[in-house]
Design a protein around this ligand. Structure first.
Ligand code: PLP
Length: 412
């Protein structure tokens, strides 16, 4: 276990992650795809196994011991997560399947009821598909328009003329906090303020930010803040929608079913209080409990330490990658996270990724669910290396060496 006032020791920390066990992988796994999903520490796996093997009852309804324990652990995880993101109350923390479902919840339960023809939804050119497609679907059914804040060549947002994008028609600005392709960290505080000044709501996609940097949703003041458990050492199948209580209160439910109701008659139903109004059916109990443990693990290490360590990894990786002849790195934002997208010589990202895999190196290749960025950059794909607290400088050296080998193999 990590003690807070020691520096982050990735080599020691790696022992907490069974997937990294050397004997399991030959060659040893160099996992550089944490922006897609992170590896899980043993304590998270244990928490899930403990739920299933010791007290696997359902939550909220059972009046017997294992159900009561399940409810306690589930609601305790909500408290841990609320504290982790600086939410004032647990009522504003809604469990979903992940970032994608959280955004769809807002699209269905808020936007589809509120937006009218001519209203505007403001996105950016660097959104993940999950923060584009739901809004396109909303636009189709409501007659609202989508506008995009443009990208500068360095991968930052062009906010010079931003005031032109916020009009009386703007009803929602939905922006990514940290890009999953370029690493850019956006000035979301400024964008939230501009949205509010224009009378619009603001949604921030924190899928790539919450795992790596402390976030205070109360200070930020966005109406909605969304993220996924599996990108922050938690299990798949669970994520969070944090919402402004006043806005959530006025919203219609998303899914109908058990647990989200107060009363049901043959003709109509009334809704449960927050957050349960938005948690229909049996929730992902083991996953929520696992996410609570992940948050505890991250908090014990300290987000500040994680951020500082990742900055060290990223600076080192950028410098090392730039020594490779013919490499092109996309995104040079001064304020960036631990994600680097690049193309290496004439080697297609899919070929490169396969060749790196021979050396045990796992990177991502493709459009990274952000095709508008690819269009803006005039490319179809990149290779992406992303880092987390278990990566080491030695792994970056291995990546660089393996890319050089791949370029030679493919004849430059
Ligand atoms: N937003 C960003 C910035 C992402 O990187 C991702 C996943 O890669 C998502 C949203 C979607 O997350 P999920 O697939 O967990 O719903």
């Amino acid at each position: 276990m990590i003690v807070k006032d020691q520096a982050l020791d990735a080599v020691m920390l790696r022992n907490d992650f069974p997937v990294l066990s050397r004997s399991r992988n030959i060659p040893a796994l160099v996992y550089l795809d944490s922006a897609a999903t992170t590896l899980k520490p043993q304590c998270v796996i244990d928490a899930i196994v403990r739920y299933y093997s010791e007290y696997g009852g359902s939550v909220h309804r059972g009046i017997y011991q294992i159900a009561e324990r399940a409810t306690e652990e589930y609601e305790n995880a909500r408290k841990q997560i609320a504290r982790f993101i600086g939410a004032k109350t647990t009522e504003s923390v809604i469990f979903t399947k992940g970032t994608t479902e959280s955004i769809n919840l807002v699209a269905y339960a808020w936007a589809r009821h509120i937006l009218k023809p001519g209203d505007e939804i403001l996105l950016t050119e660097m959104e993940h598909h999950s923060n584009i497609v739901p809004w396109q679907m909303v636009a189709k059914t409501t007659g609202a328009h989508i506008r995009y804040l443009p990208l500068n060549d360095d991968g930052t947002l062009n906010l010079e003329d931003a005031h032109r994008y916020f009009t009386p028609q703007t009803k929602l600005a939905a922006v990514i906090h940290q890009s999953n392709v370029l690493g850019t960290v956006n000035p979301v505080e400024r964008i939230v303020k501009m949205a509010h000044d224009a009378g619009a709501l603001a949604l921030v996609d924190g899928a790539q930010r919450v795992p790596h940097h402390s976030v205070d949703v109360t200070e930020l003041g966005a109406d909605f803040y969304v993220f996924s458990g599996h990108k922050m050492l938690g299990p798949t199948g669970v994520g969070v929608l944090y919402g402004n209580l006043e806005v959530l209160d006025k919203m219609e439910p998303f899914h109908g079913g058990g647990d989200m109701i107060r009363t049901v008659s043959m003709l109509e139903s009334t809704w449960n209080t927050l957050p349960y109004k938005f948690e229909a059916g049996t929730p992902p109990i083991a996953q929520v409990i696992g996410l609570g443990t992940a948050v505890e693990y991250l908090s014990n290490i300290g987000l500040d330490k994680i951020t500082a360590y990742e900055e060290q990894l990223t600076t080192y990786a950028l410098k090392a990658l730039r020594t490779i002849p013919g490499i092109e790195i996309y995104g040079e934002a001064p304020h960036r996270g631990a994600v680097i997208s690049f193309n290496a010589g004439n080697v297609h990202p899919h070929d490169l990724s396969q060749l790196l895999d021979r050396d045990g190196i796992a990177v991502r290749a493709g459009h990274h669910c952000a095709q508008p960025i690819m269009t803006r950059l005039g490319i179809s794909a990149t290779t992406r290396a992303s880092f987390y607290l278990y990566n080491t400088l030695e792994e970056i050296d291995l990546l660089v060496e393996s890319i050089r080998k791949a370029i030679d193999f493919m004849g430059g």
